[in-house]
Design a protein around this ligand. Structure first.
Ligand SMILES: [Zn+2]
Length: 267
C-alpha cells in the first residue's frame, strides 16, 4: 500500500505511547529501523539517528510485516500453488489473494506543515493509486453521477493534468503531503479505500469511503467514517489483486444516490 500503511503505523505509535512515553522506532521484518515521509514532524516516531542514540520502544511494521495481513495463511496457500518456491508477497499479491487478520486500524496522525482552516469544500477522489488492485475502483461513471447529485463545492486533488470530473474544481497538489494539507481544510470527502482515506481519518476529516468487496472496513476502516462494503455475497473480503467479478458486483451494489445520501448525512 504505501502511505496508508505508514499512516496506520503512526496510529499504532500513538497507541503505544498511551502506556509507554518513549519514542517509537518502527522496524522492518529483520528488525532494522525504518523511516517514511508520512512521519515527518511526528514527535512520537524515532528517526534512525534518534533510535541509535535514545532509549526507544520498537514497533514491527513494514513490507512483509503489516499487522492486518495474515501471512501464515498466505504462505500456506502459496505453498499449495507454488510448491518448493520461496514465499514472497509480491508474487502472491499478483496471483493469489491477500488474506487479512482481525487487526483493526485506529486513526493515525499526519503533521501537515500548514493545516488549513476548515472550508466548505468536499474532496472527491475518483482515481486509485497506480498499481493498486483494480477492485478498489468504483467506476468513473458512478463518481460523476455522485458529484452531479450533491450541490457542494467539490474539489479534486492531484498533479496538473490529472483527469477531473465535470463540475469539480481541481486544486493541483505536488505530493501526498501537499494533498493532505488541502484535505485537512475540507468539510468532508468521498474516497476510495486507500492512502487518502487513512489520511482523512488522521486529519479528522469526515468521509464516505468506498470499500467494495476486496478489503474489509473491519480491518482498514475507521469508526468515524461511513464505510461502504459489500458483505452480501459471503465472499468478502476477497483480497483479489486482479479484476474480480465478485468485486464488480459489490461496486455495482453501491449506488451513487446512496453515497450522496450518506455524504449529506455526514456534513
Ligand atoms: Zn472480489
Amino acid at each position: 500500500m504505501g502511505w496508508g500503511d505508514e499512516i496506520m503505523a503512526a496510529g499504532q505509535a500513538r497507541a503505544l505511547q498511551r502506556t509507554d512515553s518513549r519514542k517509537v522506532a518502527v522496524t522492518d521484518a529483520a528488525g532494522r529501523v525504518r523511516w517514511h515521509p508520512a512521519w515527518q514532524g511526528n514527535p512520537r516516531i524515532a528517526t534512525r539517528s534518534e533510535a541509535a542514540r535514545e532509549d526507544v520502544q520498537r514497533l514491527t511494521n513494514g513490507p512483509g510485516c503489516r499487522p492486518y495481513v495474515d501471512y501464515v495463511r498466505m504462505r500456506r496457500e502459496f505453498a499449495r500453488v507454488h510448491p518448493g518456491r520461496p514465499f514472497t508477497t509480491k508474487v502472491t499479491g499478483a496471483r493469489l489473494p491477500w488474506r487479512f487478520t482481525d487487526w483493526r486500524a485506529e486513526p493515525g496522525e499526519i503533521y501537515v506543515r500548514k493545516a488549513l482552516r476548515r472550508s466548505d469544500v468536499v474532496v472527491v477522489e475518483p482515481h486509485i493509486k497506480a498499481g493498486a488492485s483494480p477492485n478498489k475502483q468504483w467506476g468513473w461513471g458512478r463518481w460523476q453521477d455522485l458529484v452531479s447529485r450533491v450541490d457542494v463545492p467539490w474539489v479534486q486533488l492531484g498533479p496538473p493534468g490529472v483527469r477531473i470530473l465535470d463540475g469539480v474544481r481541481h486544486v493541483p497538489t505536488s505530493s501526498f503531503l501537499d494533498a493532505c494539507a488541502v484535505l485537512s481544510g475540507a468539510r468532508g470527502a468521498v474516497l476510495p479505500e486507500g492512502g487518502l482515506h487513512h489520511a482523512a481519518a488522521a486529519l479528522g476529516v469526515r468521509a464516505v469511503v468506498i470499500f467494495g468487496g476486496r478489503s474489509n472496513p473491519a480491518n482498514l476502516g475507521y469508526e468515524g467514517h461511513m464505510n461502504l462494503f459489500d458483505p452480501v455475497s459471503g465472499e468478502s473480503p476477497c483480497g483479489q489483486s486482479v479484476a474480480c467479478a465478485h468485486c464488480a458486483r459489490a461496486m455495482a451494489g453501491i449506488a451513487p444516490a446512496d453515497v450522496a445520501q450518506h455524504l449529506e448525512n455526514l456534513l
